[in-house]
Design a protein around this ligand. Structure first.
Ligand code: PFF
Length: 452
């Protein structure tokens, strides 16, 4: 077996034949990071774990763990010019690293299988809201959601999302992923700002802002720290080779440091504005700020039902969620697609359509497990949907992040040159990669699986 190390293995030279433009890369990376995690999870956990105090904690987590690993992923991707398995092998010549890389490809597959379920829900709600159907026949939005989730409709919407993603991916990096993100992300920001103005001008909006942002240091606990760290990870799409694969399509001229900071700020800003949309609306209508699914699909429709032009604002809100979900989903499925192209020499089209179809086969049981025909199948007390989420977000992603930090900190000696950091910043980065990130990731992992 070839066990050469980074010092003597020849890394690929030149740019990848498929390439993002400089702006396109940053927009696509922000599109990947801004997703359902920003739109519902971030506002909810912020309100729950200490408001403004948690927000500060999240910023610290982004700086300590998120941005350094983001930079590492982009650097490995560009240096090794491929998906995580290919890039790690190219940079070290070791089959062991290829195996670790393969784990992240698997993780992407699992995430895609359930992320497209929720993306499908958002599309269904967009259509129902714009059409006004959602607001007819009473205001039992919990019942409406349960009836919908328990039917076969989610499968149809999941097929739509999967087919849409495959179509975009099949069109290539610049003609598909970049072009699509460049169209959708500015539209996304526009709708978000419009909804923010609507929400902040509702009577009693201040109470919602207070719930979201009032710094309550008394609520901070060890748990808040771990939640903030875990969320920084998920929110930046780390640990499953997504930013690594996008990084492989970046020109050698692009400053990766600048891209890292831009994506970090973008992710934070979108999450912040999402909170300013959601909570003032919920509080202004005297609703309970529920969690996750409850907040987006049950509490908010009740607010839109009472608001003038509610079906328009509701439709825009769900469209926002749908755009966030789809720009992230595209980046997830690109990971196995890139793997198949690099390792099995499949064409982009074949990889996009075949892998999306296989992913759909895994995803359909998840779509039918939220109250549907597979709802009763709950090994270990979790539905299939919850198992997919747990395995990917709580086990495989932290492990993937750990691999990335150890690879950058210890195995690949030329990371510094590829990242292009100055001596001081490189020292800080290496310290974080070698010591701080691995320790924090292990803590988050142990917490997530219930060991601490
Ligand atoms: N960052 C996305 C979100 O916040 O919803 C989720 C995600 C996208 C995770 C892409 C992982 C990934 F590769």
């Amino acid at each position: 077996m070839n066990t050469q190390t980074s010092n003597n293995h020849q890394a690929p030279r030149g740019d990848h034949p498929e390439r993002f433009s400089s702006v396109g890369f940053i927009v696509a990376a922000i599109g990947s990071s801004v997703g359902l995690g920003n739109m519902w999870k971030f506002p909810y956990i912020t309100g729950e774990y200490g408001g403004g105090a948690f927000f500060l904690l999240f910023i610290v987590s982004l700086i300590l763990i998120g941005l350094p690993i983001l930079l590492a992923e982009m650097t490995i991707g560009r240096g090794g010019r491929g998906d995580s398995a290919t890039a790690m092998f190219n940079l070290t010549g070791s089959k062991y690293w290829r195996l670790f890389g393969l784990m992240s490809v698997l993780c992407a597959f699992v995430i895609m299988s359930y992320y497209t379920v929720v993306a499908g829900w958002t599309l269904h709600y967009t259509v129902e809201s714009f059409a006004g159907v959602l607001f007819r026949g009473g205001d039992d939005f919990r019942g409406k959601f349960e009836t919908f989730a328990g039917s076969y409709w989610p499968v149809l919407w999941q097929v739509v999302v999967m087919a849409g993603c495959a179509w975009i991916i099949a069109k290539g990096v610049s003609g598909g992923i970049e072009r699509f993100n460049k169209i959708l992300m500015p539209g996304f920001l526009l709708i978000l700002l419009l909804l923010m103005v609507r929400s902040l001008t509702l009577p009693g909006a201040g109470e919602g802002v207070q719930f979201f942002l009032w710094p309550d240091f008394g609520k901070l606990s060890a748990e808040s720290v771990l939640v903030a760290l875990g969320h920084a990870f998920f929110s930046l799409s780390l640990g499953m080779g997504c930013m690594l694969t996008y990084g492989s399509y970046v020109s050698r001229k692009q400053s990766l440091g600048v891209a890292t900071v831009a994506v970090g700020i973008g992710d934070l800003l979108y999450a912040f504005i999402a909170g300013l949309v959601i909570f003032p609306t919920v509080f202004s209508y005297g609703l309970e700020p529920g969690e996750g699914v409850g907040l987006a699909f049950m509490a908010l429709p009740a607010a839109f039902a009472q608001m003038p032009f509610g079906s328009l604002f509701g439709g825009l809100f769900f469209l926002l969620l749908a755009i966030a979900a789809v720009t992230s989903a595209v980046s997830i499925i690109e990971v196995p697609v890139a793997y198949a192209m690099n390792n099995w020499k499949w064409s982009r089209k074949k990889a996009a359509y075949v892998l999306s179809a296989v992913c759909l086969l895994f995803g359909i049981p998840a779509a039918l497990s939220v109250g549907g025909v597979f709802g009763g199948f709950q090994p270990g007390g979790k539905t299939l949907f919850d198992w997919y989420d747990f395995t990917a977000a709580y086990v495989l992603m932290p492990l993937g992040g750990l691999v990335v930090s150890l690879f950058t900190g210890y195995a690949w000696k030329r990371a510094k040159e590829e990242a292009g950091l100055s001596g001081f910043w490189n020292g800080v980065w290496m310290f974080l990669m070698k010591l701080v990130s691995p320790i924090l990731i292990v803590l988050v992992f142990l917490y997530s699986v219930g060991i601490i």
